[in-house]
Design a binder for this molecule. Structure first.
Ligand SMILES: Cc1ncc(C[n+]2csc(CCOP(=O)(O)OP(=O)(O)O)c2C)c(N)n1
Length: 379
């Protein structure tokens, strides 16, 4: 058994200074220690998949990161670990607890995941070791993990069993300050919609070259690539729903403006991220939901966005502004308004389904896209 501080100190000494995750009772001392430790950043994610994406954003912005979660949450993280960390070669140190671990009588809901936890990590090609058992083992264990991640560019996990960390929980765990409800504006003209493509062209014409842009999976990223391929673009080819969480991880760690281009289907898939963004409230983040009412990239099946007021949800979550629009002029006004708010803004832009003809696909590999984006963020 070690103290939480032994792990956090050794991690910090090796540069691991950005933590995110979702709690597990086995993790209490470590997670409470991380929340209360002013030397490092801790972001309370709404889901483990979101935590993986937030950590990926923080890594792109120059941090060495850790994701801490229960093995149940490993299930929630499978998609981004396999379709974000793997192709983009984005490492993160994972601490995964082992409910229903060896010899442990546990609750029925943990039984199967307990049996498959190491095997699931193996299947995801995430190397793993037992959580270090004594103080002297912590430094070498973290050094091994970081060296492996340097070599592979991929995550590494410690599996933590019950009682691996002593119960010296911190008293001081301040939540992010409560945010007032954001301002909602309606710039809709109800006079026919434009395309996602034309909206992105307006965006590129209106923002500075200093702006980082993260585009959601599917045709959105492909259109952005086709319009212009630049180092400040990250085409999130997989990890559907994770663009806004990655945008949060970036925006919290850079001064420059960050724009997230989301789809309605993707935003719905990980809507919890809006609560996290509203709570941590980086004022350099503009979250744009390009709502075509469909899963356009997979054949135009309808989403349920017709009855969703994304601007209202964002305002209720603590974004400074939620702006509705549905025309090129309205979008340009929304963008100007979003830039002027002291907090994150969400622009809910209704667009036509369908995409441009001659639609390309990123020809730069995801790993190269990540490297040049990282260089762009921290030249
Ligand atoms: C986790 C996951 N589920 C499903 C898919 C398949 N998929 C790729 S793009 C897409 C549609 C995305 O819809 P939306 O966010 O509304 O964007 P649009 O395609 O309309 O631009 C789907 C379902 C996926 N890549 N990942």
């Amino acid at each position: 058994m070690i103290d939480a501080g032994d792990f956090l100190d050794a991690g910090l000494a090796a540069g691991v200074d950005f933590f995110t995750g979702v709690p597990c009772s086995f993790l209490t001392p470590l997670i409470n220690g991380a929340i209360g430790d002013e030397r490092l950043a801790y972001v309370a994610a709404a889901s483990e998949g979101e935590a993986v994406a937030i950590a990926s954003g923080a890594w792109l912005a120059g941090h060495s990161t850790a994701v801490i979660c229960q093995n149940s949450g490993l299930g929630n993280a499978v998609n981004p670990v396999t379709s974000l960390n793997y192709p983009f070669r984005i490492p993160t140190l994972m601490v995964v607890t082992w409910r229903a671990g060896p010899g442990l009588k546990d609750e029925p809901q943990h039984e199967l995941m307990g049996r498959i936890t190491p095997g699931l990590l193996d299947l995801m090609e995430v190397p793993h070791r037992p959580f270090p058992a004594n103080k002297d083992a912590v430094g070498p264990a973290i050094a091994e993990a970081l060296a492996e991640m340097d070599k592979t560019g991929r995550p590494f996990a410690f599996i933590m069993e019950k009682g691996d960390v002593s119960n010296d929980s911190a008293d001081d765990m301040p939540p992010p300050p409560a945010r007032a409800r954001g301002e909602i504006s309606d710039l809709c003209e109800l006079d026919g919609l434009t395309t996602r493509y034309a909206t992105m062209e307006t965006l590129l014409g209106d923002i500075s070259d200093e702006t980082a842009i993260i585009a959601t999976t599917g045709k959105c990223g492909r259109e952005l690539f086709t319009i212009a391929d630049r180092p400040q673009h990250l085409y999130q080819v997989g990890s559907m729903g994770c663009a806004s969480a990655m945008g949060l991880g970036v925006a919290l760690n850079v001064e420059r403006p960050v724009v997230v281009l989301d789809g309605d289907g993707a935003a719905l898939m990980k809507m919890g991220a809006m609560a996290t963004i509203g709570a941590y409230a980086p004022d350099n983040l503009i979250h744009i939901v390009l709502d075509n009412g469909t899963y356009d990239s997979t054949g135009g099946q309808p989403t349920v966005s017709n009855s969703v007021d994304f601007a209202g949800v964002a305002a209720d979550c603590g974004y400074a502004a939620g702006i509705r629009c549905d025309s090129p002029a309205g979008f340009a006004k929304a963008l100007a308004a979003a830039k002027g708010h002291g907090g994150p803004s969400l622009i809910h832009m209704r667009v036509l389904p369908g995409s441009m003809t001659d639609l390309g696909r990123p020809t730069v590999s995801p790993a190269d896209v990540a490297l040049r984006f990282k260089d762009f963020l921290s030249p």
